[in-house]
Write a protein that binds this ligand. Structure first.
Ligand code: ZN
Ligand code: ZN
Length: 870
C-alpha cells in the first residue's frame, strides 16, 4: 500500500513537471547552412525605426481638425513608399514582438519557464547576419540581440535601466535621447576615420528603438494627449534622422527605411493579449528597393480602416510581423535569419522579376533547411525501423521540387516558382515532426522517464487486478441503458468540476443538484429528517460560491457571528452527549469545555486585534501569544478526545474552527462551519444509502469508533454507489477550495487575515499560515471521508483509487487546456489550473494521512505516560 502511494506520488510529480517539457520546450533547431540570394541587393544599408507600443489607428487616423499626427509618415505613404498593417501575434509583448521583427519567428514559448527576460535559446537574427549594426534605445531590447551575436559587429547605445527617474517627468526623453545620440554619432563619424569607413560598408543596419510612446500609453492611455503628442515628436524626430542620414551619404539612394512597432495597446493602456488594438501595428517602408506608392481605385480589405484614415486610394499591403525579417534581409542582401519562418513579401519589392524569384527560392530553401536539420536529428535519435519519413515529402520529392523551381527560374517562368506548396508542406512536416517525435527530441533524461513510466504503472495496476476484475463484473451486471445513463451523469459531473475552475457559480449548480439528489433515491421516503438537513445544508453551502472572493469585503461581525454559532452548536452537542451517557467522564467534559473556551478566546483576540489595528496601535503582544497557543493546541486537543466517531469529529471541528476564526476577515469564517455540517449529514446519508441496499450494518453510526487496525475481511465488494461516493468527495474538495476564493485569490494573499499572528512582513510565515487556512476546509472534508469509509465498510484503497482516477481525468482535461499561446496571463492561468488539480492529487495523499492520524490517534493525559489507545 505504502509503496503504491509512493509510486503514485512520484508519477504525479513527474506529470506535473512534464508540462514544461511538452509545452514549453523550444522547437528551434540549429545547424542550418545560411541561405542568401546570389544577386546584388538594392540597398547598402537599412534603417529600422521601432516605435514601441504604437497602435496602427492612432498613427494613421486624422485628428479633429483633419490633420495628420504624423505628417512625415503620411507624406511617405502618399509620395515615397509602401504601407500597410503589420499583424502581430500573441503574446503582444515587447520581447516576442522584436524577435518576430528581427529574427523572423514567433516567440519561443519556453521563455515562460525561464523567467521571460533572458534569451532561453540561441537564435539567429538580422542583426547577427549584418556586417555592422548600430542600435540605440532601451537596454531590455537591445541587449537581447547583441547577446546572441558573434564577433564584434553589434554596437549598442542604451540609457541606464536602473535610473528609473530618467524619464519620470517627461518620458518623451526616452525618444529624444535616441535622436540626440544618433545626431552626435553621425557628427562624430565625420572626424573618425575608422568609424567613417565602417559606415560606408554594405549590409549595415541602424536600429532605433523608441520607448516613449509605450511608456506614455501605460501611464496615460492611448487616447491621451501625451500619447498622441509623443507620436508627433517621433514623427518629427524621424524626419530629422532621415535627412541627417541622406545628407551623410550624399543622397546615394542606397538606404532602405522601415518604420513599425512591436505591438499595439488596448484603450486602457495594457498589452499582452490578442485584441486588434494590440495586434494591429503600423508598417511603413520606403527607400532603396521598395515600391513607390500605388494609386488604386479599389482595395481588397473590408474593414472600415481605409475610409476612416482617408487612405483609400493608396494601396495598402498587410504583412505578418515575422515576414519583416526576410524583407529586411533581402533588401541589404544578407542571409535570411536561420530560424526565420517568415515568407518574403515580394509585393513590397521594387526589383526585377529575376531578383524576386531568386529571393523567394532562397526563402523556400532556407525554411526547407530547418526541416532537413530537424529530420536528420530525428533520424539520429530514433531506431531505424521507427523512423518514418513524412510521407508527403520524402527526400527525392524535395529534390524534385527544388530542381523544378530551379528550372522554372531558368526558363523565366517566375510565377510558378512561388513556394507556397513547398512551404506549406515543409511547415506541416515540421509541425507533424515536432508533435510526433517530441518524445525523442534531443532525448533529455526526463523524456526517458515519460517513456518508461508506463511500465511500473501497469505493473502496479495489474497487481490490483482483483479490484478491477470485481469492478468489471459489477459493470457487466448493470443493464446497458442504466450503464449509459450513469456514464453520462459521470461525464456531466466531471465537466461541472472542470468548469468550476473557470466559473465558481458552477459549484452552486452542482450543490443545487446535490440538494435534489435525495428525491431520486429512496432516501426521501426512508429518512425524512436526514434528507431535509441534507437539502438545507446543500443549499446553504451553495450560497458561498456566489459571494465575492475572500478579502474583498472584510466584516469582523460575520466572524464573530461564526464564532457564536460554533459555541451554540457545541452547547447542543454537549447537552445531547450528557443526556446519552450515564457516566460522562470528567476528563472528556473538561476537554470539551476547554475547546469551547479556545473558541471564545480566538473570538476575543480577533476582535481586539482588529480594533487595535484600526486605531493604529499595532498588534498587542498578548493577542499574538494567545493566537500562537491556540494554533499549537488545535492540533493536539482533538487527539485527547474519545475516538467515537461523532465526538472525535466534533472535537476536530472545534479546534480547527478556533484557528480559522483567527485567520478570517469576513464571511469566510462561516464556510468551514456550513461545510462540516453538510459533512456530518453526509456521513449519515451514506450509512442510510448502504442500508437501503440491504446490507446489514453491524453498528449504528453513533457507536462507530475510529480505529487504526482495519479488519480486511469486513470489507465488502464495490458497488456503483461507491463511484458516486468518490465523486462526492472530489466535488466537496473542489468546493472546499473554490467555495471562498478563486485562482486569482490564491496568488494574491490577503495579508489582513494573518494580522492576529504577525504584522511584520515575513513571506514564509505568512505563506505558511495562509496555506493552513486554505487547507483547513480540506482537512474537514478528508476527516468526514475517513468516517464515510468506516461506516460504509469500504476498503480505503479502492475508494481512494477511484478518487485519484477522477482527479486524474480532470488533470488530463486541464493538461490539454494548458496554453502555450495567448497573453502571459492566459498562459499563467492555464498552468495554475493544471498545477492545482495535480497538486490536489498529491496533497490528497498527505491529507488522507493527516486525517487518518487526526481521527484515530488517541493521547492520554493525567500523569500516565502518553500512549496510543489502539
Ligand atoms: Zn513593447
Ligand atoms: Zn509596454
Amino acid at each position: 500500500m505504502l509503496l503504491f502511494f509512493i509510486l503514485g506520488l512520484f508519477v504525479h510529480f513527474v506529470f506535473f513537471g512534464s508540462i514544461f517539457d511538452i509545452y514549453f520546450t523550444s522547437p528551434l533547431v540549429h545547424g542550418m547552412t545560411p541561405q542568401f540570394t546570389p544577386l546584388p541587393p538594392p540597398a547598402k544599408r537599412l534603417v529600422l525605426f521601432v516605435a514601441d507600443g504604437l497602435r496602427a489607428d492612432t498613427l494613421y487616423e486624422l485628428d479633429e481638425n483633419g490633420n495628420s499626427r504624423a505628417p512625415f509618415i503620411r507624406n511617405i505613404i502618399m509620395h515615397e513608399g509602401s504601407w500597410g498593417l503589420s499583424h502581430t501575434r500573441v503574446p503582444t509583448e515587447s520581447r516576442p514582438g522584436h524577435v518576430a521583427l528581427i529574427a523572423g519567428f514567433y516567440e519561443d514559448v519556453s521563455a515562460v519557464a525561464k523567467g521571460w527576460k533572458e534569451n532561453p535559446v540561441e537564435f539567429d537574427s538580422l542583426i547577427n547576419e549584418s556586417k555592422y549594426t548600430w542600435s540605440w534605445g532601451s537596454p531590455d531590447i537591445l541587449t537581447m540581440f547583441a547577446k546572441g551575436a558573434y564577433g564584434d559587429h553589434v554596437f549598442t547605445y542604451t540609457y541606464d535601466a536602473d535610473s528609473e527617474d530618467f524619464g519620470a517627468h517627461d518620458v518623451t526623453k526616452l525618444d529624444t535621447w535616441v535622436f540626440d545620440k544618433v545626431k552626435e554619432f553621425f557628427h562624430a563619424a565625420r572626424n573618425n576615420q575608422s568609424l567613417f569607413s565602417k559606415l560606408n560598408e554594405e549590409k549595415i543596419v541602424f536600429f532605433l528603438h523608441l520607448l516613449g510612446i509605450d511608456t506614455n500609453g501605460h501611464a496615460h492611455r492611448p487616447s491621451s494627449r501625451e500619447y498622441k503628442d509623443n507620436i508627433k515628436l517621433v514623427d518629427a524626430g524621424m524626419k530629422e534622422m532621415v535627412s541627417i542620414l541622406e545628407h551623410f551619404y550624399g543622397n546615394d539612394g542606397k538606404t532602405a527605411f522601415i518604420f513599425t512597432s512591436d505591438h499595439g495597446m488596448t484603450d486602457w493602456g495594457s498589452h499582452g493579449a490578442g485584441h486588434p488594438s494590440e495586434t494591429l501595428t503600423p508598417f511603413v517602408t520606403w527607400g532603396a528597393g521598395i515600391k513607390y506608392p500605388q494609386k488604386v481605385s479599389a482595395q481588397k480589405f473590408d474593414d472600415a480602416f481605409l475610409k476612416e484614415w482617408r487612405l483609400e486610394s493608396w494601396k495598402r499591403q498587410d504583412i505578418h510581423q515575422a515576414d519583416i525579417a526576410p524583407l529586411m534581409a533581402s533588401l541589404i542582401g544578407v542571409p535570411f535569419p536561420l530560424n526565420s519562418v517568415g515568407i518574403l513579401p515580394v509585393d513590397y519589392l521594387n526589383n526585377t522579376d529575376l531578383f524576386k524569384a531568386e529571393s523567394m527560392f532562397t526563402n523556400a530553401i532556407q525554411i526547407l533547411e530547418q526541416f532537413k536539420v530537424k529530420m536528420t536529428q530525428k533520424k539520429e535519435v530514433t531506431l531505424p525501423f521507427l523512423f518514418i519519413p513524412f510521407k508527403l515529402l520524402p527526400e527525392s520529392k524535395q529534390l524534385n521540387i527544388v530542381r523544378k523551381a530551379r528550372s522554372y527560374i531558368k526558363q523565366r517562368k517566375y510565377d510558378e516558382a512561388k513556394p507556397s506548396h513547398l512551404l506549406s508542406c515543409s511547415c506541416i512536416a515540421i509541425g507533424v515532426f515536432v508533435a510526433f517525435f517530441l518524445l525523442l527530441q534531443d532525448c533529455p533524461w526526463t523524456y526517458y522517464i515519460y517513456c518508461l513510466l508506463p511500465v511500473p504503472i501497469w505493473y502496479a495496476v495489474l497487481r490490483e487486478f482483483q479490484v478491477i476484475q470485481d469492478f468489471v463484473t459489477l459493470l457487466l451486471t448493470v443493464p446497458p441503458s442504466y450503464f449509459v445513463g450513469y456514464l453520462l451523469v459521470f461525464i456531466l459531473g466531471i465537466e461541472i468540476l472542470v468548469l468550476s475552475f473557470f466559473y465558481r457559480y458552477m459549484l452552486t449548480a452542482g450543490l443545487l443538484a446535490f440538494a435534489g439528489w435525495p428525491f431520486i433515491t429512496q432516501l426521501w421516503t426512508r429518512a425524512k429528517s436526514i434528507s431535509l438537513s441534507w437539502i438545507f445544508f446543500s443549499l446553504l453551502l451553495a450560497a458561498f460560491p456566489l459571494m465575492p472572493v475572500v478579502g474583498r469585503k472584510p466584516d469582523i461581525f460575520l466572524v464573530m457571528g461564526a464564532g457564536l454559532l460554533v459555541l451554540l452548536l457545541s452547547l447542543c452537542v454537549l447537552t445531547s452527549l450528557i443526556k446519552r451517557k450515564d457516566s460522562f467522564i470528567n476528563e472528556e467534559l473538561l476537554l470539551h469545555l476547554f475547546q469551547m473556551l479556545s473558541v471564545v478566546l480566538s473570538m476575543c483576540v480577533t476582535y481586539s486585534t482588529h480594533s487595535s489595528l484600526r486605531k493604529k496601535q499595532g498588534l498587542p503582544l498578548l493577542n499574538q501569544i494567545i493566537s500562537w497557543l491556540i494554533l499549537a493546541f488545535s492540533l493536539v486537543l482533538p487527539l485527547l478526545s474519545p475516538t467515537s466517531l461523532f465526538e472525535r469529529l466534533f472535537s476536530i471541528l472545534l479546534s480547527l474552527m478556533s484557528t480559522y476564526i483567527l485567520l478570517s476577515t469576513g464571511y469566510e469564517a462561516l464556510f468551514p462551519l456550513v461545510l462540516s455540517c453538510l459533512m456530518f449529514v453526509w456521513i449519515q446519508v451514506e450509512q442510510e444509502t448502504l442500508q437501503q441496499r440491504g446490507i446489514s450494518c453491524k453498528q449504528k453510526v453513533t457507536s462507530v469508533r475510529f480505529t487504526c487496525s482495519t479488519d480486511i475481511t469486513q470489507f465488502r465488494q464495490l458497488y456503483l454507489d461507491d463511484v458516486r461516493r468518490a465523486f462526492f468527495l472530489v466535488f466537496f474538495l473542489v468546493t472546499a477550495f473554490f467555495g471562498t476564493g478563486n485562482i486569482a485569490s490564491v496568488n494574491s494573499f490577503d495579508l489582513a487575515s494573518v494580522y492576529c499572528f504577525l504584522t511584520v512582513f515575513s513571506p514564509f510565515m505568512m505563506g505558511a499560515l495562509m496555506m493552513w487556512k486554505i487547507l483547513i476546509p480540506f482537512v474537514l472534508v478528508m476527516c468526514a471521508f475517513e468516517a464515510v469509509q468506516l461506516t460504509t465498510q469500504l476498503s480505503s484503497k479502492s475508494l481512494f483509487l477511484m478518487v485519484l482516477v477522477i482527479s486524474d481525468i480532470m488533470a488530463l482535461h486541464f493538461f490539454f487546456l494548458v496554453k502555450d499561446y495567448g497573453s502571459w496571463l492566459d498562459i499563467g492561468t492555464s498552468i495554475s489550473h493544471y498545477v492545482i488539480v495535480m497538486s490536489m492529487t498529491i496533497v490528497l495523499v498527505f491529507l488522507n494521512g493527516l486525517a487518518h492520524l487526526l481521527t484515530t490517534k488517541k493521547l492520554r493525559l493525567c500523569g500516565k505516560p502518553k500512549s496510543h489507545l489502539i
